[in-house]
Design a binder for this molecule. Structure first.
Ligand code: KG4
Ligand code: ZN
Length: 345
């Protein structure tokens, strides 16, 4: 089993995952309420909160009944993220590793998101992590989080090649910024989804019309959401937007339609251009929790005969289970420098 710590932003998470992909511990502490009044994450406050939570956790971890002889290594996110929070979490994990005389594995946060696909329901019949990874990889990965939006080609050791990336914002950022324009709190993505789900049939028609007014990427070069965000702002002005449920629900659905279409259009073109299109597709990162996007991906993959590996809903956003899973897959003999030098994700 591997114990992992994730502290790259405003969530302190610790998890233990064994070789059979059983999650023995999945602790998460969100700092959202701490940063609310500042309108964004305050790095110093985040670092202090991680420190306070992890200090207390040392006892909780001892209480899990971990058998040190079964513990293969201790892992932690080394980046990308806020330097202070990363230092607190990774130092804590390295301290545990030293104290327990276990190897320390540094994990790239985005590789964690990719590895979370190992817990896809599609793999429930597999008995071990190794069996699961053999089924999933090699795969293409649609990685859609708050800071990243990329199409990657990935192998079993999580070596990645970037196929497409965004020329401006990430999909999650687009949801968050458009949500803010409508007066919704951060993170906006889940709230956009909640309002969109309350659409009446008439509002769904309205949403489809508004979605047509929003732009999609013009070329297959890469993802782009800046134009969509500006068009959404102009639409709000044109409609003299007031935050009522009559307006919020269809606007949120229109946004979901436009973002999902944009993601799918770049991905479809990449499949068409590929000499050997992949058999497997992973969709991961916070935005992959969006049910509208999931449905769109499911029906497209089914029509193409592509196996789609979706991350369990609770593991789409940041967590430490994904870091433990990535540490299970990574070549343990790599130095931290090598982990980060192999590819700039
Ligand atoms: O992967 P993640 O937890 O953190 C990063 O590594 O960035 O992703 C957070 C992003 C936020 O932008 C959030 O608004 C978005 O994921 N998100 C969603 C949903 N849940 C989270 N976007 C759309 N629909 C959701 N259900
Ligand atoms: Zn993330």
């Amino acid at each position: 089993m591997i114990l992992a710590v994730e502290s790259s932003c405003d969530e302190t998470a610790v998890a233990v995952v064994d070789e059979k992909a059983r999650v023995l511990l999945d602790f998460k502490y969100s700092q959202i309420s701490l940063h609310k009044e500042y309108g964004g994450v305050v790095p110093e406050l985040a670092s202090r909160s991680h420190f306070e939570v992890l200090k207390e956790l040392e006892h909780a971890i001892s209480g899990v009944g971990l058998s040190l002889s079964d513990l293969k290594s201790v892992a932690a996110t080394m980046g990308p993220g806020l330097v202070g929070p990363l230092l607190v979490g990774s130092s804590f994990a390295q301290g545990l590793a030293l104290g327990w005389a276990k190897p320390f594995v540094g994990v790239h946060h985005l590789r964690g998101h990719i590895a979370s696909a190992l817990l896809s329901a599609r793999l429930d019949q597999c008995l071990t992590i190794s069996e699961r990874s053999e089924r999933v990889f090699p795969a293409w990965v649609l990685l859609v989080s708050g800071g990243h939006c990329q199409l990657l080609s990935t192998d079993r050791e999580l070596r990645c090649e970037i196929l497409k990336t965004t020329s401006d914002d990430a999909a999650g950022e687009c949801f968050d910024k458009c949500a803010k324009l409508m007066g919704l709190e951060y993170p906006g993505g889940p709230l956009v989804e909640k309002h969109a789900q309350s659409c009446t049939p008439a509002q769904l028609d309205q949403a489809a019309k508004w979605a047509e007014q929003l732009p999609r990427p013009k070329s297959a070069e890469g993802f782009s959401f800046a134009g969509l965000k500006t068009a959404f702002r102009l639409l709000l002005t044109e409609l003299k937007f007031v935050p009522s449920s009559e307006m919020l629900a269809p606007l949120c659905r229109a946004l979901e339609i436009a973002v999902s279409d944009s993601l799918l259009s770049v991905m479809k073109k990449s499949f068409e251009e590929a000499e050997v299109p992949p058999q497997n597709l992973i969709c991961c990162g916070g935005v992959s929790a969006n049910l509208f996007l999931r449905k769109k991906l499911e029906s497209w993959c089914e029509s193409r005969g592509v196996s789609l590996y979706l991350v369990p809903l609770g593991l789409s956003t940041d967590n430490a289970v994904m870091i433990a899973l990535a540490a299970h897959l990574q070549n343990p003999s790599l130095s931290l420098k090598q982990v980060f030098a192999r590819v700039k994700l």
